[in-house]
Design a binder for this molecule. Structure first.
Ligand code: S3P
Length: 437
């Protein structure tokens, strides 16, 4: 049942400190990899949002025992005991990845090598997202895997069995595809080598190495040897999600009376393209106390009210900000001059068609946004005007529109505001705290 629209009025100020939730990508991986390691592990600051809960439910259906102790809406301690990769069991029912592409694609790679039948489905959005990009290379590895609509869409049916290593050159820079093939490659006969057009997020690689996998980088390629013994469990504390911090970085830069501190945020360089883009636009952001946590770099960020100008964002490096384009578009909508965002055609294959949806929804608030096949052209305006708008069930669009609402004139009525629960259940609470800060 859809809820009434959430009303957002521009606050007088946005001030205070936010502890953003644990990283979504790292939470998925910490659960999946520890589920197939040999022994117990504890994951602190696990993100108990709907996407990661979908992963946990699938793992339970596959015979993995775990428990989750929530300390708040966006932080939990996950304890799980892997029985090695051979410990997974055929699920009695269809696995439901719900809205989560990471769950579906990573599990497809993992289950391709397990000697039983798995069927993975998802919600309407996930069932319309491209799955050929994992089906085809997994088949080349010898997997029996098929999907709807000529093997391009979920549900996926996987009859797992013996796999062989391949050399795969992916046409898209996708960490989900890369991770699926690494999970399959761990179980294959012979080495798997992977190349992608630009370096996508490398959380899987970092974690696999820390758990004892033989994974090397050779030039642009990754080379993985099959597992000779089970992965070693890895207990860790998940860093704060840069993709959640992104909304506050944009809100803090745009709002005329803002100062927001964000502590313990993951600053893995494969993820921080928005930081570079916002700084290029003139945002006043400081990064301090860089350190390592759970095999990942983390730091404390602080953003203050800034005057932004338009920039050009293009080329292979866009993968470093791919999830942040809706937030970047809001910054561009109020920046001086023109912002051109190109080479982000992949956004049409996310939780919504994010090029179309961002353009159409921001236009409702008075932004001047032109849609291109592979991006957006945005002419900055003086002010946005609050209006009814819709997240279209996309969590990142919901949060980007909320940020736009905090700097628009008048009231914004956001339908589908509950979508934030996919990755940031405490988003509205944090916004309210900053408004009274
Ligand atoms: C993710 C990879 C990216 C990203 C998504 C999370 C991951 O997707 O957009 O939000 O956790 O591996 P693609 O692999 O489709 O690029």
């Amino acid at each position: 049942m859809s809820q009434p629209p959430r009303r957002i009025n521009p606050p007088r100020r946005l001030r205070g400190a936010v502890i953003v939730p644990g990283d979504k990508s790292i939470s998925h991986r910490a659960a999946i990899l520890n589920a197939v390691a040999a022994g117990p592990a504890t994951v602190e600051n696990f993100l108990p949002a709907d996407d990661c809960l979908a992963t946990l439910d699938c793992l339970r259906a596959l015979g993995v025992s775990w428990s989750l102790e929530r300390s708040s809406d966006e932080s939990a301690r996950l304890s799980l005991t892997g029985q090695g990769i051979g410990g997974l069991r055929e699920s009695a029912d269809t696995l439901d990845a719900r809205n989560s592409g990471t769950t579906m694609r990573l599990l497809a790679g993992l289950l391709a090598g397990r000697p039983f039948l798995s069927i993975i489905t998802g919600d309407e959005s996930l069932r319309s997202r491209p799955m050929g990009r994992v089906i085809l290379p997994l088949r080349e590895m010898g997997a029996q895997i098929s999907g709807r609509d000529g093997d391009s869409l979920a549900p996926l049916t996987i009859r797992g069995g013996p796999l062989r290593g391949i050399h795969h050159r992916s046409p898209v820079a996708s960490a989900q595809v890369k991770s699926a093939l690494l999970l399959a490659g761990l179980q294959a006969e012979g080495e798997t080598t992977l190349e992608e057009p630009a370096r996508s997020r490398d959380h899987t690689e970092r974690m696999l190495r820390a758990m004892g996998a033989d994974l090397r980088e050779e030039g642009n390629a990754l080379r993985l040897s099959p597992l000779r013994q089970d992965l070693t469990p890895l207990s860790l504390r998940v860093p704060g999600d840069f993709s959640a911090a992104a909304f506050w970085l944009v809100a803090g830069a745009l709002h005329p009376d803002a100062e927001i501190s964000l502590s313990d945020v993951g600053v893995n360089p494969t993820r921080t393209g928005l930081l570079d883009a916002l700084r290029k636009m003139g945002a006043d952001i400081t990064v301090s106390g860089e350190r390592q946590q759970g095999g990942e770099p983390v730091a404390d960020l602080r953003v203050r009210s800034s005057k932004l100008k338009g920039i050009v964002v293009e080329g292979p490096a866009v993968v470093r900000l791919i999830d942040e384009v809706p937030a970047l578009a809001v910054a561009a909508a109020l920046a001086r001059g023109r912002t051109v965002i190109s080479d982000v055609g992949e956004l049409r294959a996310k939780e919504s068609d994010r090029i179309l949806a961002t353009a159409q929804e921001l236009r409702k608030l008075g932004a001047r946004v032109e849609e291109r096949p592979d991006g957006l052209i945005i002419e900055g305006v003086e002010t946005l005007q609050g209006a009814p708008c819709d997240s279209r069930g996309d969590h990142r669009l919901a949060m980007a529109l909320a940020v736009a609402g905090t700097v628009a004139r008048g009231e914004t009525a956001l339908s589908g505001a509950e979508a934030v629960g996919i990755s940031y259940p405490g988003f509205w609470k944090h916004l309210a705290e900053l408004e009274s800060g």
